[in-house]
Structure formats: C-alpha cells, structure tokens
Design a protein around this ligand. Structure first.
Ligand code: GLA
Length: 394
C-alpha cells in the first residue's frame, strides 16, 4: 500500500487526527553465504531486501501501546509499565519485547498506536521477525525522542543489538546478530560483509553481470522457537570447549582455522559435534572466498561456493530437510544456474539461486513444477532486489 492508503487504514482502526503520524520501515534480508556462523563470531554476507515491514505510528498521551496489522482484526493493547504480563501473545510479542528491551536499556519511550504492514513472508527465513523488531525499535525511539526534545540521530547498530536482545530474552531464540544487523544497516545494491566478532563491516556492491539472485520459498512453515536452532548453538559451544584444550586462546569457533580444525579434530569425541564444527570452520572460509570472488566478478566461483555451503548445511549441520533440498536439487538441474543454497536458519524457509537473467522464467517454471510434483504443494519465487536498511519514510 502507498503511504496515503496506509494512513487512511490507520485512521480506520484508531480514529483521531493526522497529528503526530510518522511512518517507519525495516526490511527483511537474504543471506548470500555464511550460515550459522554469526553466533560463532564468524563472517556473514547478507543483503537487505526491498520486501519490508512498514509501521504507521502516532503518539498517545497515556502509557498504552496499541498494535494492529493491516491483515489482522484483533488489536493488542498493552500497558508500557507492566509489559511482562503479555509474553505469550499469538501476535505482538516481538513488538512488546522490543519495547521492554528499550525501556530496560534506559530509552524514554511513549505510549503510541502502531499499525504494521508486513511484506516479508512470515516464517520464511527472510527475517520477517528482524524487520518487525527494527521497525518497532526505530518507531518507538523516534517518537520518544520527539516527545522529549532529543535531536540526536538514532544509532542503527545499537537498535540491531537491542532487537537481538529482545529476541533472546522475550522470544527465547538465541539468534546471532546477522538478521537485525542486515535489517538495520542494509544499503541498496550492496551486500554487507560483516565480521560478527567485532561488528566491523564493509558494503560490497553487488553487480552480478547478467545474473540475478532468485529466492525460492519452500512455503514450509517453521519456527526457530522449536528448539533445533538453540540445539545447534549449544553443539557449537560444546565443540569449542573441546578444542580449547589445544587452542586455549580461541574465544569462539571463528578463531579456529581450517588447519587448526584438521589438526585437532580428534579432540572432539562426538561425531555429531565434529560435523557441526567442520561446517562452521569451512563456512567462514567460504564467506571470505565469496567476497573475493564477487569483488572480482567471478560468478562461477561464487556459484560453486554457494553449492558447497548448501551441501555442508545438509550433510554436516543437518538443517535442510526434504523441501529445501528438493528446491536446491531442481534448481541446479537448470541450465544457466551457477549455484543454489538454502538461506537463513534452515528447517524450511527459502533458498537463493544464482540464475542467468534470460533463464529466470524457465527456472521458475521448471523448478516450480518439479517441486509441486515431489512435495505436493507449490513453492513461490521472487527475484531479489537489494534495498536500504531501516529508516523513516519521510
Ligand atoms: C537465523 C538467525 C541468524 C543466523 C541464521 C543462520 O536467521 O536469526 O542469527 O544464525 O539463522 O545463519
């Protein structure tokens, strides 16, 4: 919806006047490579999408927050001074988790009415939750700053960190920083080469010389709250602990090089944990190699690294599953495809494929049909457009 339609819809839900209304937006992301490395202090290479969550916000005089979405009937109402009682809502707990995290961090936030339009497909592995978190964080902080006369610009990286904290403390998913960082710091036509150990980063222009990144959505719903994600994270911590007997200076798996790992892999006595660590260690190297390849315009190498990444997530990290593997296998059969992999946490969600531009219609048609035949329901496809990070819509 355009801005004026959104505002009209907002007034339909909340009445009142236009006074004080502001709009904010925050995107989802696609990760090009570097999966399950962020919470190991490693490298990731995500890009913000033009698919985003937009929020229309208007301050209130009291301490209530009211939330609604363009596709929901039921309004959520919460008191800013006792947010703990709203933890198990079917919808709205990401927003309220962010509000509570901001308050705890000392931000002066105000009561307000918020209406969300979510364009990032929910639960699809494209960071719909980070988009909601970042849109909420910048809306709440901006309205608070305006009310209290503060003029300092919002620190987007700080908003990303607080949103991640909200996800840890209120949603219970021990996610890394990648999604929130990408949503906060995205830049049109660039991917973000991020070092998750110290959050230093570089924007890398994405010029794919005749190729595009096509996202394939398995349409298999999943939720990270189901525990597998936190389980993988714990396995990595265990692996690090075991390797530390030989590498005492390592503070995270990122500090373990491929050579170190080959030398000391015998110290990890569980085969499962050895596989998890092998994935992380080699995936970090693949990110470095991919950034190099893209800077040199070497699409073939980047495509091969994407394939290797998926195979490792399938065989070593074991987070793919039938739907993702089918989409990837079918994609790789198509002429003009240089690489295909899952993106995000896995367990369902989306894939990303590097496809020659003139082959995109044939790709969507053939992969879509094969997927439907094998899985029994359809996949969806989007040609990714890389957009900017969280911001106010002026
Ligand atoms: C989810 C998490 C991220 C990251 C990816 C896997 O998207 O939110 O922090 O760990 O999974 O790379």
């Amino acid at each position: 919806m355009d801005k004026s339609k959104l505002i009209e819809k907002f007034l339909g839900y909340f009445d009142g006047s236009l006074e004080g209304i502001r709009l904010f937006t925050a995107p989802g992301r696609v990760n090009l490579i570097g999966e399950h490395t962020d919470y190991n202090g490693g490298f990731v290479f995500p890009a913000a999408l033009t698919l985003a969550t937009t929020v229309v916000a208007r301050p209130r005089k009291d301490r209530m927050i009211r939330l609604i979405a363009t596709d929901l009937e039921q309004m959520v109402e919460a008191d800013l001074d006792c947010l703990d009682q709203y933890r198990n809502l079917p919808w709205g707990n990401y927003q309220l988790g962010v509000a509570q995290t901001l308050l705890k961090a000392g931000y002066m936030i105000k009561g307000c009415d918020l209406m969300y339009e979510d364009k990032v497909p929910l639960g699809s592995g494209l960071s719909s939750s980070a988009a909601i978190e970042l849109a909420t964080a910048i809306a709440l902080v901006s309205l608070g700053d305006e009310a209290y006369g503060k003029t300092k610009a919002i620190d987007a990286i700080e908003m990303a960190k607080l949103s991640q904290r909200a996800e840890h403390e209120y949603i219970g998913v021990k996610c890394g920083i990648m999604d929130q960082f990408a949503s906060a710091m995205g830049k049109k036509d660039h991917a973000i080469f991020l070092d998750c150990k110290d959050l230093s980063f570089q924007w890398v222009p994405i010029t794919l010389s005749g190729y595009s990144l096509v996202i394939g959505n398995t349409n298999k719903k999943r939720s990270l709250g189901e525990g597998k994600y936190n389980e993988r994270r714990a396995e990595c911590e265990k692996g690090l602990e075991l390797l530390k007997s030989a590498l005492p200076q390592a503070t995270c798996l990122r500090d373990v090089s491929c050579e170190d790992f080959e030398k000391y892999r015998h110290l990890i006595d569980s085969e499962v944990i050895r596989k998890r660590v092998a994935h992380v260690v080699y995936e970090n190297q693949r990110v470095l190699d991919s950034v190099e390849a893209l800077k040199n315009g070497d699409m073939a190498t980047f495509g091969r690294l994407m394939n290797d990444s998926h195979n490792s997530l399938r065989d070593l990290y074991e987070v793919t599953g039938k739907e993702l593997d089918t989409l990837v296998e079918e994609a790789r059969k198509i002429e003009g495809v240089l690489g295909s992999r899952m993106t995000g946490a896995g367990f369902g969600g989306c894939t990303v494929s590097l496809v020659k531009n003139e082959r995109i219609p044939a790709f969507i048609e053939s992969v879509g049909k094969a997927y439907q035949d094998k899985i029994g329901y359809g996949a969806s496809f989007y040609v990714s457009e890389i957009g900017d990070g969280a911001r106010e819509l002026k």
